[in-house]
Design a binder for this molecule. Structure first.
Ligand code: ZN
Length: 467
């Protein structure tokens, strides 16, 4: 029985049914706690007390141990305790593309050909089982690297209906948080476009009924250059009806700009503005080829601009005007765009790219931590309705433990330098989401890691034979 059929009988199970830890207290002790709070407080020999889904207290280890003797103690042995990482732009559907033969005589020469020869072919070949395993493997890899919340932008024109349910099934099995959408596009004709609109609408309604703090959805759009005016008008109305914002690529390559000019607009942001795509909470991804006045449109409509430096470099599309965007007061976040699942890796690239594009070694020290630790946290907190990206009383218990023994002191003024130069996702040892331990001492607790890897490989072989 395929997963697609299975899902018609079993709708994604609810985490609430899992082991309820009513009144249960877990105390992480003996760590260096990086809080990412307003004062960027660092607590040495610190502890974090978790009660059910929330952080109940932070402080010195001995103090909290004596105050809460009933708590179960997990001694992290001097490691780093910090908030889980948040990825604000991801494509789980890219999993099977790794190392794949594109079966094309000429490798892609530019961004549009990368889409045509690779990504659009991948997504058009994805069937139900491919979608499920792509999601499960990608989210699991992220979880192991300390990523606790993901904003995914999904495309699978080989199987549109119920595709978001399959992605959600993977999310729920792992216990992470995810904001999901389907990328509506007219690139495969009106029938497929309508199927994508329907999938977005159906899934969004289900999510609204579910009203959880770990799954959310919004309307996904590919990009201006693959969307016709009628579709934009339709999704705008749908967003009004369902009170949704959007998640869309904008001005990533020059194609988006040139297409907008052919349609009579000097820029994709300006064209999309005519259809009220820019509304509070809308996630605009890339923004490399923005024109005069377009940063202001995004800012004035309370949107987020998400930077994906590795992807931009890999596709050779250019660099987004981050300094200008931040100077104008636009909310700028950081994502991986499917290039990696490791947010620590993206931090390193964001730092290098910002310095390189400005021919100036000074920028990055305030801009990148603002993006990855403040703005990503703000977007995730807004999406899931709970305080994320910070360790403080009352915030959600999304916490990671990192096996990092620094050669120099960590203090409130230099946590970012330690993260930038000293930490990568492979050093994450324990991942906790919503108070639940998903990985402990590098052992995934919620699923059989090796079994999933094995099954994903088998599914990938099958996918490659069909590609
Ligand atoms: Zn993307």
């Amino acid at each position: 029985m395929s997963l697609f059929i299975l899902l018609n009988f079993i709708y994604i199970f609810d985490l609430k049914n899992q082991k309820e830890r009513s009144g249960f207290l877990l105390l992480l002790t003996n760590g260096t706690v990086i809080t990412h709070d307003e004062d960027n407080r660092v607590i040495k020999n610190g502890a974090v007390l978790i009660e059910r889904e929330e952080i109940k207290a932070l402080g010195e280890s001995e103090l909290l141990k004596s105050k809460y003797p009933e708590a179960e103690v997990k001694d992290v042995q001097g490691k780093i305790i910090m908030p889980g990482m948040i990825n604000t732009h991801m494509h789980i559907y890219s999993t099977f593309a790794r190392g794949m033969d594109l079966k094309t005589e000429q490798p892609p020469r530019h961004f549009l050909e990368i889409l045509e020869k690779m990504w659009w072919r991948v997504d058009s070949s994805l069937k139900a089982d491919d979608i499920y395993y792509s999601a499960l493997y990608a989210f699991l890899t992220g979880l192991k690297q300390g990523v606790t919340s993901v904003f995914d932008h999904h495309a699978s024109y080989g199987q549109v209906s119920y595709s978001l349910d399959l992605v959600a099934k993977a999310v729920e099995e792992l216990g992470i948080r995810a904001d999901l959408c389907y990328e509506i596009s007219d690139r495969n004709g009106p029938e497929q476009s309508q199927a994508a609109v329907k999938e977005s609408k159906n899934f969004l309604k289900k999510i609204r009924e579910k009203n959880s703090n770990y799954l959310n959805s919004r309307i996904g759009l590919h990009a201006s250059f693959t969307l016709e005016d009628e579709t934009l008008a339709e999704v705008s109305e749908l967003a009004d009806d369902l009170d949704s914002s959007f998640h869309i690529h904008v001005a990533e390559g020059r194609t988006d700009l040139e297409d907008s000019r052919l349609r009579g607009y000097n820029g994709a942001v300006k064209r999309l503005d005519q259809y009220n795509i820019w509304r509070p909470g809308t996630i605009a991804v890339h923004g490399v080829h923005l024109q005069e006045g377009e940063l202001e449109i995004l800012r004035d409509n309370d949107c987020y601009l998400i930077n994906n430096p590795e992807s931009n470099m890999g596709n050779a599309v250019g660099a987004a005007p981050l300094k200008e965007a931040l100077a104008k007061g636009l909310k700028v976040g950081l994502g991986t765009d499917g290039y990696t699942t490791d947010m620590f890796e993206s931090i390193k690239f964001a730092n290098l790219m910002l310095k390189h594009q400005n021919s100036d070694p000074r920028p990055g020290w305030t801009e990148i931590p603002q993006m990855v630790f403040k703005t990503n946290a703000k977007l995730a907190s807004q999406s899931f309705g709970t305080q994320l990206g910070v360790l403080k009383e009352g915030a959600a218990a999304d916490i990671i433990v990192v096996d990092y023994s620094p050669p120099t002191e960590i203090n409130s003024d230099n946590t970012y330098a330690h993260i930038l130069f000293g930490i990568n996702g492979g050093m994450v040892e324990t991942t906790i989401v919503n108070g639940k331990i998903l990985m402990e001492n590098r052992e995934v607790q919620v699923v059989d890691d090796q079994k999933i890897t094995h099954e994903t490989r088998e599914q990938a072989d099958d996918f490659w034979s069909r590609f």
